[in-house]
Design a protein around this ligand. Structure first.
Ligand code: BG6
Length: 506
């Protein structure tokens, strides 16, 4: 008979990736240097990679294996989360290879195939390969076609192939579907891993844990008790050196289409039958399908561009003055919108989403704001300073959960009430620091575990929500300017004030 305690413990044992290699396209990009390479080292350091793991870089550079290894080494020294250990690096670097070639050249893919096969026999990667396309989506078709033509996507039944792609997953519904067609021409849905790095964040995964592991939140998680939900992703930085990527994309495509709609789905979805990927995705798809835009987009959406000004006492350029941005650009750096969810649980509860660059501070949070108590048996004076109860998932940087409620001010002869908070801080309750999102997500790719990756249906549904907003904005010309270091354009305050509410000041 199986021992239930034993199997519970076994399930908690860390899962280590089996023999495999990862081929990385886009090795010279920021993402590869700051996130992907350090995450691979951190995984190796934490014992999650097999000893024979292989990392193959592909780019149009005259580099030897050692040159690429030096690039990875520098990225790891600069950006890895865990301490540098020479023995771990030694082991990892022995599996680093580089293929120099043009992305359009069939001969380069033939060489890539030889390299990967050589790794299979010498390093024991056993024909299991992930292709990480950290490159602009416009290049996906050519890479996928060549991988297919040179036989790199073909495998025997005991081997696996996977492809990893980064957002943007298209720039509207039609292009997302086209992208999917390209990926599906070489990979099955189970082999396609779309990275939304927010889903790899511990604090984001904790939304489902808090909701479904506890008895006290779900009974009030509905339109009888919730007044509104505000999901904010704010950054104090501007676009930095990313003009090439950002111009023409903008805040809504960059953050709302993926990160914020995923946060909304996790906050609002029904309890899944289990945490099997199919069940979780089914619930997310259901809630995304139920999202409805308000009829008048002028009144219930807002967009803006940061203006030249000051932030934290330092002069900063406006978006239109940033290097690489044309002075006529209509790309928004702030976007906000109100949606509702047409189902029994959420009918009538507005969900406000906002994101922007050069705002007051860097913060991401999901705030569930509750209705007022139906009756307050206190003097008006006593409750003057009382705001609404709220439960806030603090995604970053100060990770945790806050509950805000009213409490008596001590020592006052008459009852006087004020807001207080109960806080859960990760740092106080857990010893280990949270892994970086990319560590979790890359490990899941290598393990073949898809729950944290949006599927094509979720991507399509998100575009269906956003396309009408983007089309509407496209017809309006220049976005409104907003002061750097503030909380966005006046229209965003107006939009929520029309509903008789205010934005939370995170
Ligand atoms: C990325 C966006 O997906 O998320 C960036 O492309 C944004 O524009 C970033 O800065 C924010 O990520 P995080 O993890 O710092 O909140």
């Amino acid at each position: 008979m199986s021992n239930p305690l034993r199997s519970a413990r076994d399930r908690r044992l860390p899962k280590v990736a089996g023999p495999c290699s990862m081929v990385l396209f886009g090795v010279t990009g920021d993402l590869a240097r700051k996130k992907i390479m350090p995450a691979i080292y951190d995984l190796a350091n934490r014992g999650f990679l097999p000893p024979g793991f292989g990392l193959v870089g592909f780019a149009r550079r005259e580099w030897a294996d050692e040159d690429f290894a030096a690039v990875v080494h520098d990225a790891v020294r600069e950006h890895a989360r865990t301490p540098f250990r020479e023995d771990v690096w030694q082991q990892l670097s022995e599996g680093i290879r580089f293929v120099a070639g043009d992305i359009n050249d069939p001969a380069a893919y033939a060489e890539l195939k030889t390299t990967v096969e050589d790794m299979d026999s010498r390093r024991g990667t056993m024909g299991n390969h992930a292709f990480y396309l950290s490159i602009p989506p416009g290049l996906f078709p050519v890479v996928i076609t060549h991988l297919k033509d040179c036989g790199l996507t073909a495998r025997t039944t005991d081997q696996w192939r996977r492809v990893v792609v980064e957002k943007p997953f298209g720039h509207d519904l039609a292009s997302a579907q086209e992208l999917d067609r390209v990926l599906s021409s070489a990979f099955t849905p189970d082999e396609i891993f779309r990275i939304d790095h927010y889903l790899g964040k511990e604090t984001v995964q904790n939304i489902l844990a808090v909701r479904f592991a506890n008895a006290m939140f779900e009974p009030i998680w509905n339109n009888r008790y919730v007044d509104n939900v505000q999901i904010t992703q704010a950054e104090d930085i501007g676009i930095g050196g990313r003009a090439g990527y950002y111009d023409g994309i903008g805040a809504a495509r960059d953050v709302i289409q993926n990160h914020l709609l995923q946060l909304l789905a996790l906050t609002a979805m029904e309890e899944p039958l289990s945490f099997q990927p199919r069940e979780v995705r089914q619930e997310k798809e259901k809630v995304l399908s139920a999202i409805t835009l308000p009829p008048d987009l002028d009144l219930h959406t807002s967009r803006g561009q940061y203006a030249t000004g000051w932030q934290g006492g330092i002069p900063v350029l406006g978006f239109l003055d940033e290097e690489g941005i044309p002075p006529t650009s209509t790309t928004e750096t702030f976007a906000a919108l109100r949606v509702t969810i047409e189902n029994r649980r959420w009918a009538g509860v507005p969900f406000y989403l906002r994101t922007g660059k050069r705002l007051g501070r860097r913060v991401t949070e999901v705030a569930v704001i509750f209705k007022k108590a139906p009756h307050l048996p206190f003097d008006d004076n006593a409750v003057g300073e009382l705001s609404d109860n709220a439960l806030v998932f603090r995604i970053q940087p100060d990770e945790g959960v806050t509950v805000r409620f009213g409490s008596k001010v001590p020592g006052t002869p008459s009852l006087e009430l004020r807001d207080v908070t109960m806080d859960f801080q990760y740092g106080d309750s857990f010893v280990d620091t949270s892994p970086e999102a990319y560590e979790r997500l890359i490990l899941d790719v290598l393990l073949g575990e898809p729950p944290l990756f949006p599927n094509s249906a979720e991507v399509d549904l998100s575009w269906k929500i956003l396309d009408p907003v983007l089309n509407h904005w496209a017809s309006l010309g220049q976005p409104e300017q907003y002061a750097s270091g503030g909380w966005g354009p006046a229209s965003s305050y107006d939009m929520i004030a029309r509903d008789g509410r205010v934005w939370r000041r995170p």
